[in-house]
Design a protein around this ligand. Structure first.
Ligand SMILES: *Cc1c(COP(=O)(O)O)cnc(C)c1O
Length: 362
């Protein structure tokens, strides 16, 4: 029975899916969680009470508003989306990446990005049967290698280019003029993924409408609403109308719609938290720079990438974990990430615990 079941699965599951391993999420029980770029702050009690009262009156027996018409105006205002641009919501921006890939996939169609970059671009290209092209960043500072990128675009004619701005897992912003050249040279769509927008002043939102092939993706995850699963795509309606055909009609549930709208009506709470995280990022990076043996990469996001002494990433990762702090070990993934750890910025107390443990281990 088991044998034949395995054969059956092997026969029918597409080979490219069987070759993948599922996205691994580390168990963080009992640990200070500095591995996933979450906002470490929860909500003040009175806000929680008001929110709970609001949720009490939601009818979960009804399907959600397929257009989320109560929520979209708040998102437009909060993210300064130009009035003449369309908006499409996703169950996290991960779902939007998938919708774009499903819409543009086809035989010999490529999705291009840079490496090291956000891993979901490559994974989703795989599920959707797209060819994936990863162009290496410059090893010394993770900046764009513009000639290599232009050449790769010329050779592979990608249907879509995904670029995270700031980039994950490196934390830097790519050169703005280089990105504009990429947008101008790209034969297809360019998605600027601004997941870390709350932690930087740079954005391509104001460029929307100036290029036929530019769309901007955002999420509320990193600003403090990761549990709601809500992302959005802003851009010309001609693109978004097509993507909307692939979107499942009720992808944003009633609790998410109501909760996100509620949260955006209290935007100042999140702005305050974001400011604190930005200040803490500066303090954390400065303290790391002072530790012998570490290379600290500049960050415009809510995490800091560090290179530790050669060969010690595994031991330091385990040592931090034993000290109660979970970070992300990137060593062992992309070759340019050898000996690196990614540290999410936490509360002052969490960062102090991380720094104390790290300095002891080093
Ligand atoms: C975290 C992250 C996302 C995913 O965001 P969700 O909205 O939570 O799915 C997308 N892009 C980048 C670069 C990220 O780091």
């Amino acid at each position: 029975m088991a044998d034949s079941l395995e054969l059956l699965v092997e026969h029918w599951v597409r080979p490219e899916i069987r070759a993948l391993s599922a996205y691994h999420v580390a168990d963080a029980t009992g640990l200070i969680k500095l591995d996933a770029m979450e906002n470490p702050y929860s909500w003040p009690d009175e806000l929680r009470d008001e929110w709970a009262a609001l949720l009490r009156d939601i009818d979960v027996n009804r399907y959600p508003d397929p257009l989320a018409s109560g929520l979209v105006p708040h998102l437009r205002e909060s993210m300064a989306i130009p009035d003449d641009m369309g908006v499409m919501l996703g169950n996290g921006s991960d779902e939007i990446i998938q919708i774009i890939a499903m819409t543009l996939a086809g035989p010999n169609r490529a999705l291009l990005s840079v490496e090291p970059g956000f891993v979901m671009y490559k994974m989703i290209a795989g599920f959707c049967g797209m060819k994936y092209v990863g162009v290496p960043l410059r090893a010394e500072d993770f900046s764009l290698d513009l000639p290599a990128l232009l050449q790769a675009m010329d050779e592979t004619q990608p249907a879509v280019v995904f670029l995270a701005y700031p980039n994950n897992p490196t934390g830097n912003l790519f050169d703005r003029d280089a990105l504009l050249q990429v947008i101008e040279a790209a034969p297809g769509l360019v998605v600027i993924d601004e997941a870390y927008a709350p932690f930087t002043d740079a954005s391509f939102m104001t460029e929307l409408g100036r290029y036929d092939n530019l769309v901007v993706m955002r999420t509320v995850s990193k600003m403090g609403l990761a549990g709601l699963r809500l992302g959005l795509l802003a851009g010309p309606r001609q693109w978004l109308d097509e993507f909307d055909k692939v979107r499942l009609p009720y992808n944003i549930n009633v609790l998410t719609q109501a909760s996100a709208e509620f949260a955006l009506r209290h935007q100042s709470v999140f702005d305050g938290q974001t400011e604190t995280i930005r200040a803490e990022r500066g303090r954390l990076a400065a303290a790391l720079v002072d530790m012998a043996g570490l290379t600290v990469f500049p960050s415009e996001a809510n995490f800091v990438l560090v290179r530790v002494p050669a060969g010690r990433a595994g031991e330091l990762f385990e040592g931090l974990k034993a000290a109660g702090v979970l970070v992300k070990k990137l060593d062992g993934g992309h070759p340019l990430l050898a000996d690196t750890l990614r540290l999410t910025v936490g509360t002052p107390e969490e960062n102090a615990a991380l720094l104390a443990a790290l300095s002891r281990l080093l």
